[in-house]
Design a protein around this ligand. Structure first.
Ligand code: PLP
Ligand code: TYF
Length: 401
């Protein structure tokens, strides 16, 4: 029956983990997948999450189904975290929110809803490059994927002129996907002044802004600061779509906790959108998983736990920032590695786009047991005091050839 099914390619990010696992050398380092590791290279369960688990266990919770759109209290608190207490549409009850299967599920619900109900366009513009899963998510949702310039190879920075030109040239009312903070894979974000300009262009061209916020708190260590772009757009009257993930900022990766929201005109419109979101979700998976949402809800809803969580997010962000400084120092001062490495320090969030090419990444895997994606992206969280010198020396050797 399946003789005509051709073998597909491995996932470019998750495939790196497979290669890493197969390597038996004790010096091996996995900088592929974007998952936080502590100072000893171990996965990290936040103390606030452990406490939330204890509270849940003591409360004798059951395993009943959630409603189609998930845990209502969690949805409210997730929206508050993203939009902020001052958000006008939030206060007006005009934001439709549904729990989702992490950020991926939120993007997919959004893609499916837009494909069915956005009357003006099927075109969605993604930054080039973007998270590798964006293209298949939106294509499989029934949208037509296009790109806008984002990364400038020459400066290893933002191609802001190219970005503006491409958004201005996009047909009116196209959808545009924006990474709210900590752009994956480049680690390069627009400044606040640049966000204000992007907001103006989106308004001029009547584009529909769809924000992907998978790293709130992870970029700067401050959840409000990282929500700047989302909140600025909403303050300017944009009716945005938003995908949120709690995988990184709460370390709830495998629990699959997220939310999708749409800003609508008023509570009556919101109620109609709510009803159609349910119709999109019901045949996909009926209702979302309960456990992780209960954990996130417990943290977001308790003052002391919330404060502890904010401290832990900042701790993760700060450890990554310290690894950036250490790596920059090793390459620039200690090893005098050829090239300019300032971007290692200025890039933001989980990733650094090193500028290493696919030949160099191949050499690093084969000769130094150092694994990263072929585009030269490294997950900064995979570095620690025990492996950063081996990493820097290996990069140095690869660059010097
Ligand atoms: N969007 C971006 C830009 C990401 O980097 C990720 C995860 O790496 C996601 C969305 C979704 O991840 P998850 O489905 O685990 O929340
Ligand atoms: O490292 C990245 O960019 C992501 C990580 O189900 C990831 O691809 C891995 C698995 C998953 C979602 C995101």
């Amino acid at each position: 029956t399946w003789s005509a099914v051709a073998a597909g390619p491995p996932d470019p990010i998750l495939g790196v983990t497979e290669a890493f696992k197969a390597d038996k050398d004790p010096r091996k380092i996995n900088l592929g997948v974007g998952a936080y590791r502590d100072g000893n290279g171990k996965p990290y369960v936040l103390e606030s999450v452990k406490k939330a688990e204890e509270i849940l266990t003591a409360s004798n919770f059951d395993k009943e189904y959630l409603p189609i759109t998930g845990l209502a209290e969690f949805n409210k608190r997730a929206a508050l975290l993203a939009y902020g207490a001052d958000s006008a549409p939030l206060k007006d009850g005009a934001i439709s929110v549904t729990q989702s299967i992490s950020g991926t599920g939120a993007l997919r619900i959004g893609g499916a809803f837009l494909a069915r109900h956005y009357p003006h366009s099927k075109a969605i513009y993604l930054p080039v490059p973007s998270w590798g899963n964006h293209t298949p998510i939106f294509r499989d949702s029934g949208l037509e994927v296009r790109g806008y310039r984002y990364f400038d190879k020459k400066t290893v920075g933002l191609d802001f002129e190219g970005l503006k030109a491409d958004l201005r040239a996009a047909p009116e009312q196209s959808i545009v996907l924006l990474h709210a903070c900590a752009h994956n894979p480049t680690g390069i974000d627009p400044t606040q002044a640049q966000w204000a300009e992007i907001s103006d262009i989106v308004k001029e061209r009547k584009l529909f802004p769809f924000f992907d916020m998978a790293y709130q708190g992870f970029a700067s260590g401050d959840t409000a600061r990282d929500a700047f772009a989302v909140r600025h757009f909403v303050s300017q009257g944009h009716q945005i779509a938003l995908a949120q993930s709690f995988a990184k900022n709460m370390g709830l990766y495998g629990e699959r906790v997220g939310a999708f929201s749409l800003v609508t005109a008023d509570p009556a419109e919101k109620a109609r959108v709510d009803s159609q979101l349910k119709i999109v979700i019901r045949p996909l998976y009926s209702n979302p998983p309960v456990h992780g949402a209960l954990l996130a809800n417990a943290i977001l809803g308790d003052k002391a736990l919330y404060a502890q969580w904010e401290g832990e997010v900042k701790g993760m962000a700060d450890r990554i920032i310290s690894m950036r400084e250490k790596l920059y120092g090793l390459l620039t001062n200690d090893l005098k590695t050829p090239g300019e490495w300032g971007h290692i320090k200025s890039q933001i969030g989980m990733f650094s786009f090193t500028g290493l090419n696919s030949d160099q990444t191949k050499v690093l895997a084969e000769k130094a047991h150092v694994y990263m994606t072929a585009d030269g992206r490294i997950s900064m969280a995979g570095l620690n005091a025990n492996n950063i010198v081996h990493f820097a020396e290996s990069v140095d050797a690869a660059v010097k050839g």
